[in-house]
Design a protein around this ligand. Sequence first.
Ligand SMILES: *Cc1c(COP(=O)(O)O)cnc(C)c1O
Length: 396
Amino acid sequence: MNYYVDERGYYGEFGGAYIPEMMQANIQELRDNYLNIIESEDFRNEFSSLLSEYAGRPSPLYYARRLSGRYSAHVYLKREDLNHTGAHKINNTIGQILIAKKLGKSRIIAETGAGQHGVAAATVCALMGMKCVVYMGKLDVDRQAPNVLRMKMLGAEVIPVTSGNMTLKDATNEAIRDWINNPSDTHYIIGSVVGPHPYPDLVARLQSVISEELRWQLREKTGREYPDYIIACVGGGSNASGSFYHYLNDENVRLVAVEAAGKGIESGETAATIAKGSPGIIHGSKTILMQNDDGQITEPYSVSAGLDYPGIGPMFAWLHKTRRVQFSSATDNEALEAAFLLTRLEGIIPALEPAHALAALGKLEFKPDDTVVVILSGRGDKDMAAYMKYMDERNL
Ligand SMILES: *Cc1c(COP(=O)(O)O)cnc(C)c1O
């Protein structure tokens, strides 16, 4: 079974590039060049030195002693929360800005929902002295003021989008329009393993530094390169793709992807795409998405902004179909509870997204000797308002 992208840009029946004619040239340029660039010695040297000296990699693999006691297994946390800007997203934006430079681009565009990807993009633009334009739905601009301020301080221009629902999907449409109008000097940095080929493959390769590190870190700590389980949350799927990447063909490793169930899978307020979705086209690729009978995309819901997306990367549609990855989900409440448990047992405040992965620990049956890696994709600073609300409600 092939779990990686094929020559036509598909994962089984999913993926491809369903894009307007006007965008063909931009995508073709990227498609023709991305593999040569990321496999070149020049790129690899620059990428790895920025990852270590700027982003702070390798991220630690931490043995969580008290959490392990709680779940009767050996639980390790992959600390992506300790990266510069607080999440795994920086791995991708560093890689893509280096590619943009090699392609001779001088201007970056990005779209963002919660603002995490926008901040990561604005950060690397400041670092490289490139112009940065971030499209963001007007509603999200109002909801995510601290990240908007960060982007502005970093020198990015944030454009509020007032079409449609004024959220992520509308911001994406504006970014695509911009790219079509500025094909020669602009690179579009997509923030997850979504979008037309080659983006899903490109982003997965850039994020695969996570599983590359896991191999030697596990060998050092356990004497074995592979764990029994890897658990990661999925919005689009970039932290999961990077964590699973080097283990996809190793059937010893059980791979678990955790979606955001929101208020419950059957509540109508959910972001559990695999549980509730069906095949269709979103963001330029064929995948699974949440839609109504007329094929209109359903507005997703999750307490966690990073998982609040109505689709999933095409790689994960395929990994689900082939059953290579086991899908699970956690509700808002389960995630909040898991975040507090980690905080009180280990002194680590996680972001709400990986709190969903932590919640899955209580739903799996481990053997006492199992080695379990949970991907801690980001830190909790951005989620303090949600945590405070939970504390007030529960009198914690
Ligand atoms: C954006 C984000 C996610 C979700 O995106 P993926 O592409 O699925 O990884 C998860 N965790 C954090 C901390 C994020 O910022």
